[in-house]
Design a protein around this ligand. Structure first.
Ligand code: PEP
Length: 255
């Protein structure tokens, strides 16, 4: 069975103490409630990673992730952070391919393929983001866009390596905009992604892969999104910064 996952993306928010306090609240609220087939992941700024990993030590259903890594192993890359450095904090995951990094930092599919390799070589599980812009949705080219992002960023992996990947379908027009894909729109794309994975790796691998929805998910719309057959949870931006909202979203899976 694939896992249901609710992942928070804190982006560049919260100072050190604020991050620790929000995380402690989340851990305390979920540690006894979240079932074994569910995972909560907090992707924080780098400054929090080591402390959050210590706070969640022994709480198996809460994990910590970064929001980026550099593709190189080490060296003269001032201001950058490597996969092994992130791993040494106790983190398990890293978001790669977020549309903000693709748009603001020029991250291309081929660069992302290298970052995926760096993450996997160091035991980090990528939460790999794909999704179309508003123009691409309106022109109807979104299936091609998503297929290209998958194949150029990930399909160099063999099936064994691919097993560590979590996917997040995040339509760019829905991120931080208050616009959400309807459950039907999201399900349509998630089913397409799973079909594409089945063509590449076989149905068993496709069925094991968690595919999250991201884009203005909140307590009011999470249930209708997560109840779709191919939506296995969410990557949550704004609503992950409020413990009550985030908890309500997690609790969708607790019925
Ligand atoms: C995100 O940045 O991954 C995201 C989904 O943001 P928001 O929930 O704020 O749209």
């Amino acid at each position: 069975m694939r896992k249901n996952i609710v992942a928070g993306n804190w982006k560049m928010n919260l100072d050190y103490e604020q991050g620790l306090s929000l995380f402690s609240e989340i851990v305390n609220m979920v540690k006894d409630e979240v079932r074994g087939d569910q995972q909560v992941i907090i992707c924080s700024p780098f400054i929090h990673l080591a402390s959050l990993s210590k706070l969640s030590a022994g709480v198996t259903n809460v994990a910590v992730g970064a929001q980026n890594i550099n593709e190189a192993a080490s060296g003269a890359y001032t201001g950058e952070i490597s996969a092994s450095q992130v791993k040494s904090t106790g983190s398990e995951y890293v978001i790669l391919g977020h549309s903000e990094r693709r748009a603001y930092y020029g991250e291309t599919d081929s660069l992302l393929a290298k970052k995926v390799d760096a993450a996997l070589a160091n035991g980090l599980k990528p939460i790999f983001c794909i999704g179309e812009t508003k123009d691409e949705r309106e022109s109807g080219s979104y299936y091609d866009v998503i297929k290209t992002q998958l194949s150029a960023g990930l399909f160099h992996l063999d099936a064994e390596a691919f097993a560590a990947i979590v996917l997040a379908y995040e339509p760019v027009w829905a991120i931080g905009t208050g616009l959400t894909a309807s459950p039907e729109q999201a399900q349509e794309v998630h089913a397409f992604i799973r079909k594409t994975l089945a063509e590449q790796y076989g149905q068993a691998v496709a069925d094991q892969t968690s595919i999250l929805y991201g884009g203005s998910a909140n307590p009011a719309n999470a249930e209708s999104l997560f109840s779709q057959p191919d939506i296995d949870g969410g990557l949550i931006g704004g609503a992950s910064l409020k413990s009550r909202d985030f908890l309500q979203i997690i609790n969708v899976f607790n019925g």
